[in-house]
Write a protein that binds this ligand. Structure first.
Ligand code: PLP
Length: 432
């Protein structure tokens, strides 16, 4: 455990209140006097979230009087005598031990995500995939069965079709659009239900509350990847999920300059995954934590703008004669629009659309864009786009993509915060 009293940390972390877990106590402070902000309605207003996005999680780092949180690079934290050191290591006094566990800057990031997700506890990871793999491997054991959907992010799908079965976990992947089939699969025995909604790249929406009820009946945990929606648009915990996952690399950070992951939920579950991550070493570094924290200050503003831009562009694309399909849950024509309207406060900044003429049309149109970065990322302030055939689903054959409902002419379009008129002008000249 290089430098930290790992065993002791493990044993007390599981049941210590987070606020006394070896660092300054500030969580149940002025912002949440009674504690448990997660009990509030999932319809927490955007105005309130805008405030939390700016302030939450940073009080303990303003000791120097600086407006911004410092980047704390120290790997190890020392104490003058054995008693003081032990008290911190055992969680009886505030402080830090070793940066693989957490660190002042990393902890500020964890706190901000926790409060925005209205969760009891949160931890962080080096990437979104680290958050997903650590969660699955920490909470599952050989012989368990996972139920999920066919449309999860490509990396997650690889865990389901390759890594987990090799490790003796049975995985059933259901048709994402068929909630009844998912319920039936859960009822056949399920340790963990894993959802990602809306999905990437075809923006399917699954009913979290309904499926969480089915999971409860089966005694299964519910994990939701909230990367695409963000806590501004959706609160899976309030809809019945036990855990929420983020690739912070996307909308949370919002500037395509730092990778990270987060997990939020009930204390016992988050601590179990935290121990796994601590031992497996996929910790968030303080530089990335700082960049993600800074990005998150504008999360609410960015998402409001991206929601509005995406809605406007989706309507514009829907009316375009060369566009054969538009996938955006905010459109009344979207098959899951009612479910989305019931569980989301905004419909998000990502959409996809298919061009008449398939891949030939994509080849022709793609180079013409001047206000869309052609790349595999999403969720940033810049509009970013590209065909899944070269990005998220590059390893599939055209036939496999078609079977997943991804036509060759599909372009994923992650809408940025630019002036929407400029984006529409760019789309106009590119699509023709
Ligand atoms: C929905 C979703 N979840 C998880 C991930 C993985 O995140 P990361 O690239 O930070 O590992 C991605 C990446 O694109 C994603 O789109």
């Amino acid at each position: 455990m290089g430098g930290t009293s790992g065993k002791a940390v493990q044993s007390w972390h599981a049941d210590m209140p987070r606020a006394t877990r070896g660092r300054a106590c500030y969580i149940r402070s002025a912002a949440h006097p009674g504690g448990a902000p997660f009990q509030e309605s999932h319809r927490m207003t955007t105005a309130r979230q805008a405030t939390e996005a700016v302030w939450a999680g940073e009080d303990h780092l303003r000791l120097t009087g600086a407006t911004t949180v410092p980047i704390s690079l120290g790997v190890a934290h020392g104490y003058p005598d054995v008693e003081a050191w032990q008290a911190v290591a055992l969680g009886r006094a505030p402080g830090y031990i070793y940066a693989r566990n957490t660190n002042p800057t990393v902890e500020a990031f964890e706190e901000k995500v926790r409060i925005l997700e209205q969760a009891e506890d949160a931890t962080s990871f080096s990437t979104g995939m680290a958050a997903i793999s650590n969660t699955l491997f920490a909470l599952l054991k050989p012989g368990d069965r996972v139920v999920s959907v066919k449309d999860t992010y490509g990396g997650t799908n690889q865990l389901f079709i390759d890594a987990l079965p090799k490790w003796g976990v049975q995985v059933t992947l259901c048709d994402t659009a068929d909630a009844t089939a998912i319920e039936a699969a859960i009822a056949q025995g399920c340790a963990l239900l894993y959802l990602e909604t809306p999905t990437n790249p075809t923006l399917k929406v699954t009913p979290i509350a309904r499926l969480a009820r089915a999971a409860r009946r089966a005694g299964a945990l519910v994990v939701v990847d909230n990367t695409v929606a963000t806590p501004i648009n959706q609160h899976p915990l309030a809809l019945g999920a036990d855990l929420v996952i983020h690739s912070a690399t996307k909308f949370l950070g919002g500037h395509a300059d730092a990778m990270g992951g987060a997990l939020c939920g009930t204390r016992g579950l988050v601590r179990a995954v935290y121990h796994h991550r601590e031992i497996h070493g996929a910790s968030l570094d303080p530089m990335s934590a700082y960049l993600l924290l800074r990005g998150m200050k504008t999360l609410s503003l960015r998402i409001e703008r991206q929601n509005a831009n995406a809605m406007r562009i989706a309507r514009w694309l829907e009316a375009h004669p060369r566009v054969t399909d538009v996938h955006y849950p905010g459109l009344a024509s979207h098959p899951d629009h009612e479910v989305a309207a019931a569980q989301m406060r905004g419909f998000g900044g990502m959409l996809s659309f298919a061009l008449e003429g398939g891949m030939d049309a994509v080849r022709r149109v793609l180079p013409r864009f001047t206000r869309m970065h052609r790349a595999a990322n999403l969720g940033g302030v810049e509009t970013v786009g590209g065909p899944p055939a070269t990005t998220s689903h590059v390893e599939c054959t055209p036939e496999e993509r078609a079977a997943m409902g991804i036509p060759e002419g599909l372009i994923r379009y992650s809408v940025g915060i630019e002036d929407v008129e400029d984006l529409i002008a760019d789309l106009t000249q590119a699509i023709g």
